[in-house]
Design a binder for this molecule. Structure first.
Ligand code: SAM
Ligand code: SF4
Length: 339
């Protein structure tokens, strides 16, 4: 290990010519909710000793930023339940101040937002995603198994009061919340939030019938178009979402359709788990262990591991969900890889 080695600034480009500019970091696999589509009721969480320290996350994020990553998203598990999480947000925000990083953001279930929203804003976070699948308190308790809708609503209020732009993420499930999609759209847009609908992906064994609950968003879009005028937006994020402007509300509506579309041709992102494994695709198992590389060979080893990762980034995933494929496509839960 040579601590005087020059900083590696080689862009991270995979074998299909796609440049990685977006890193999602799962800061914990733990969560105060147990959403039915995400986790099993009795989750076994990873031992805390295996989890990356803030210093390690910072070193890894800095290596990515030096190599062209412009956007970081903190996720989990629930990022805001990790102890002293604002310390990490503060450290990472230093890259915003230098201009090396364009955006620092997070995806949260909102339960702790009323506590943290002002500090997030102070650290330069501008936009956040809040996951919310229903506006009905009883259904919310059922889906999350232990969440309190009032707290999440207070969190969204606090975020907006702190000046954060809030986008709502809603996982669409047949027979669970399909009747609430139009009301959610009206509610979200009325309070100045975008809405992104997500198809549930078969990640990890969660004990729910995914085939029964599978709701293709093409079907949802057709239903919404009977009530709303959807104008396609050119906006591309390098991710799976396709965006529309809803003429009647003026708000934005996104569709994330991993099940009905393979959206990988412009994929610009990779995902770091809280134990330091880097996954190049949500739907594939190939990974490199950055914690191991960093602990044994320092930043040079880390950069060599990033080069190996670029070779492993696959062209695409194939999630299949039908009666012949009822099991998870990969055994990792979404809370491990981060949403
Ligand atoms: N706890 C935070 C939250 O819920 O926003 C961040 C982590 S969560 C894993 C990130 C996103 O993944 C959430 O919007 C959640 O609804 C979504 N998600 C979880 N499991 C999923 C699955 N199996 N398929 C599709 N989306 C899923
Ligand atoms: Fe927790 Fe988010 Fe998974 Fe729900 S979706 S269990 S809030 S990590």
């Amino acid at each position: 290990m040579n601590s005087f080695a020059p900083i590696d600034t080689t862009p991270l480009v995979d074998t299909y010519g796609r440049q990685v500019t977006y890193l999602r970091i799962s800061v914990t696999d733990r969560c105060d909710f147990r959403c039915t589509y995400c986790m099993a009721e009795n989750m076994q969480f990873l031992p805390k000793r295996d989890v990356l320290s803030f210093e390690e996350i910072d070193t890894i994020a800095s290596a990515f930023i030096a190599r062209g990553v412009r956007k970081l998203r903190l996720t989990g598990g629930e990022p805001l339940v990790r102890r002293d999480i604002m310390q990490l947000v503060g450290n990472l925000s230093a890259h915003l101040k230098t201009g090396a990083l364009e955006e620092l953001t997070l995806t949260t279930n909102g339960s702790q937002l009323s506590r943290f929203a002002p500090q997030l804003a102070q650290h330069g976070v501008k936009r956040i995603n809040v996951s919310l699948d229903t506006l009905d308190p009883a259904r919310f308790a059922q889906i999350t198994r232990r969440g309190d809708l009032t707290k999440v609503m207070e969190g969204i209020d606090a975020a907006q009061a702190a000046g954060l732009s809030v986008k709502i993420n809603m996982v669409a499930m047949r027979g669970v919340n399909d009747a609430e999609i139009a009301p959610m759209l009206t509610w979200a847009h009325a309070r100045g939030c975008g809405l992104t609908l997500i198809e549930a992906m078969p990640l990890g064994d969660v004990g729910m019938d995914r085939v029964e609950a599978h709701l293709p968003l093409t079907e949802v879009r057709d239903t919404l178009m009977q009530q709303f005028t959807l104008e396609r937006l050119a906006k591309k994020t390098g991710g799976p979402a396709r965006y529309f402007r809803v003429a009647e509300t003026g708000g934005e509506l996104g569709f994330i359709t991993p099940m009905s579309h393979n959206f990988c041709e412009s994929c610009n992102r990779v995902r770091l788990t809280c134990t330091g494994e880097l996954f190049m695709c949500l739907g594939q198992d190939d990974n490199v262990n950055l914690r191991e590389a960093l602990r044994t060979s320092g930043v040079e080893g880390l950069n060599a591991a990033l080069d190996r990762a670029m070779v492993l980034k696959p062209k695409g995933h194939d999630f299949i969900i039908d009666r012949a494929h009822t099991g998870p496509a990969v055994t990792r839960h979404m809370s491990v890889t981060g949403g």
